[in-house]
Design a protein around this ligand. Structure first.
Ligand code: TRP
Ligand code: SF4
Length: 333
């Protein structure tokens, strides 16, 4: 029997290289050996974007196309949409008794997301909704609804997984052994820096390269990337370790990396030429991804079918699971 993997993504924007190296690559490796459920977490996406439903709707399809374009095989990975599985919402209500408000407020992921919101919008704490504060509970429901044993996540999500494990233990303690305690699977690269040197790539930071970016956009972004500030003239020697262009040469595995490094150190390489080489390499890297994506863009009904079929399969599993849970809680009418 294959072990079950569950992971989710909020459909709030397209995937960028940070997602690819931080998560996608890991999914590609895992898809052969596990029973893999991949949730497009639209309900969770709405906790942040409840006033922008079009964005979540549009990105549900966009993100699915992005995931297919990197080479995830819908025969191996069961794509499904969170809102199509109301059992998850039911579990969320049941689990909400098993977690205190102060525990949620102390959750480091929730805390840092609240801090980010304040930074972006200058909002005070009162603007945090019940739904947002409770999303770790809903995420525990996502995982346990499918008996997820392994959960591939970035390190920023570990506190959410710990919260899920606590809920599972508490549930099993009170209602009897019913749920499985999930384990995280961390990717080799968990965080990819932005072109500006920021610790994280992100849409709001404008420092990310998206899988769907066209050549012009990539060119503009790479040309603006942060290099060694001490290098003024073309033939000044520089330190590649402080240069984001070098960081990206490394990230996308440029076979020419040693040359980039030694020429940079010797002052035998200008930054403009170095950036041009990176642009070419990024384009080469994205070419097969874009080709795969085109098939889905030209046949959007294929994407709808993948999500429908996957959601039907997920529903079967969710129904079994909710039956078990309700029985344990003595509400199995
Ligand atoms: N919270 C995750 C994120 O923002 C997305 C997510 C939703 C998820 N449900 C999940 C991740 C279940 C792992 C397991 O990226
Ligand atoms: Fe960075 Fe390349 Fe310029 Fe060196 S030559 S500082 S690696 S862009």
């Amino acid at each position: 029997m294959k072990k079950t993997i569950l992971t989710g993504l909020r459909p709030t924007g397209n995937l960028h290289l940070g997602h690819y190296f931080g998560a996608g690559q890991n999914y590609l490796k895992l898809q052969d050996d596990y029973d893999f459920y991949l949730e497009i977490a639209d309900v969770q996406g709405l906790t942040d974007n409840f006033n922008n439903p079009e964005k979540v709707r549009l990105n549900t399809k966009e993100i699915t196309m992005d995931l297919l374009s990197i080479g995830l095989d819908p025969e191996k990975v069961n794509f499904f949409v969170q809102s199509r599985i109301p059992e998850i919402a039911e579990l969320t209500v049941f689990y909400s008794n098993l977690v205190t408000v102060s525990r949620l407020q102390r959750n480091p992921t929730v805390k840092s997301e609240i801090a980010q919101k304040k930074e972006l919008f200058g909002n005070s704490g009162e603007s945090i909704t019940y739904g947002f504060l409770g999303y770790p509970v809903s995420q525990a429901a996502d995982i346990t609804c499918f008996d997820g044993e392994l959960v591939p996540v970035g390190d920023d999500q570990l506190p959410l997984l710990e919260q899920c494990r606590e809920i599972v233990r508490k549930f099993n303690n009170i209602y009897g052994e019913t749920l499985k305690e999930p384990e995280p699977v961390l990717s080799k690269t968990t965080r990819v820096k932005g072109l500006d040197g920021n610790e994280k790539m992100g849409k709001s930071l404008g420092n990310a390269i998206y899988l769907v970016d066209d050549n012009e956009t990539i060119k503009k972004k790479v040309m603006g990337a942060v290099t060694d500030p001490k290098k003024i003239k073309k033939d000044d020697p520089a330190d590649p370790e402080v240069c984001m262009v070098y960081y990206y040469h490394k990230l996308i595995d440029n076979p020419n990396l040693d040359t980039v490094c030694s020429e940079c150190k010797k002052g035998a390489r200008g930054c403009v030429a170095c950036k041009k080489e990176l642009i070419d390499k990024i384009n080469d890297f994205l070419k097969p991804i874009k080709e795969r994506r085109k098939k889905y863009e030209d046949n959007p009904e294929l994407v709808d079918k993948i999500l429908s079929d996957g959601s039907i399969k997920a529903k079967i599993k969710a129904k079994e699971q909710i039956k078990k849970v309700k029985k344990a809680m003595k509400i199995d009418y």
